[in-house]
Design a binder for this molecule. Structure first.
Ligand code: ZN
Ligand code: FE
Length: 259
């Protein structure tokens, strides 16, 4: 039994995902802004989706819902209940702690607000995979459009608490730019320097850098490293209180916005 995960690059730097439970034949999609690209890929793979899992309401994540629903009228569209007026064609409203079955696999809903106030992630414990949209990126995190540094801190810590071998499937290919910023914050982190080289080499060959793992994120992602002295020092120059993780996180986001 396995859950096959296919990355579908869409728009300029988004990732949609196809999840295929090979035992049951169930197929779910994660965040689809471009229905045409997705339909072509699914037809090539000879797969019929029964479900879309949306992480948040931004157009580059839900823009394909309507056309997918036209093509497959029985499609279940899953999203965060309190945000249902912003998620086109939603049929199944979920909240923190609920579970969604994809064939033999089950996702737990993790509420991870701050990028938007209704952002969720889908954690498949049995597949060691989390789909975290624009909350946690490889080497970075999403902008705080509708939330505070404290909310983003809680959301990131929830993801960081997953088992270390959990594969992290995020919403965008921002890794090279994120790690360039991470290097600026932590110039002496050797593991980060090595990861950055590997990422540049993948991108030169136009290969995705996704997925990372929770273990990797903890070693390279400054937004998960607010307890590290170098990160605290870098943000202290921006006025952050080094002993306050939320203050460090907020300063990091400001620095990244202007980097
Ligand atoms: Zn977004
Ligand atoms: Fe996005």
């Amino acid at each position: 039994m396995s859950l096959e995960i296919t990355l579908v690059p869409v728009l300029s730097d988004n990732y949609s995902y196809i999840l295929h439970c090979t035992k049951s034949g169930a197929v779910a999609l994660v965040d689809c802004p471009d229905a045409d690209a997705m339909i072509q890929t699914l037809e090539r793979m000879k797969l019929q989706p029964t479900m879309v899992l949306n992480t948040h309401h931004h157009f580059d994540h839900v823009g394909g819902n309507e056309d997918l629903k036209k093509k497959w009228p029985a499609l279940e569209i899953v999203g965060y209940g309190p945000d249902s007026d912003r998620i086109p064609c939603i049929t199944r409203k979920v909240e923190e702690g609920e579970r969604i079955k994809v064939g033999e696999y089950e996702a737990e809903i993790l509420f991870t607000p701050a990028h938007t106030r209704g952002h969720i992630a889908y954690y498949f414990a049995d597949a060691a995979a989390v789909f975290c949209g624009d909350t946690l990126f490889f080497g970075g995190c999403g902008r705080f459009f509708e939330g505070t540094p404290a909310e983003m801190h809680d959301s990131l810590q929830k993801l960081a608490a997953l088992p270390e071998d959990t594969r992290v499937y995020c919403g965008h290919e921002y890794t090279a730019s994120n790690l360039r910023f991470a290097r600026h914050v932590e110039p002496n982190n050797a593991f980060l320097a090595q990861t950055y080289e590997e990422v540049l080499s993948l991108r030169e060959r136009e290969k995705p850098t996704i997925p990372s793992t929770i273990a990797q994120e903890k070693q390279v992602n400054p937004f998960l490293r607010t307890h590290i002295a170098a990160v605290q020092q870098a943000t202290a120059t921006q006025g952050a209180d080094p002993h306050d993780a939320v203050s460090v996180l907020g300063a990091l986001r400001e620095m990244k916005n202007n980097f």
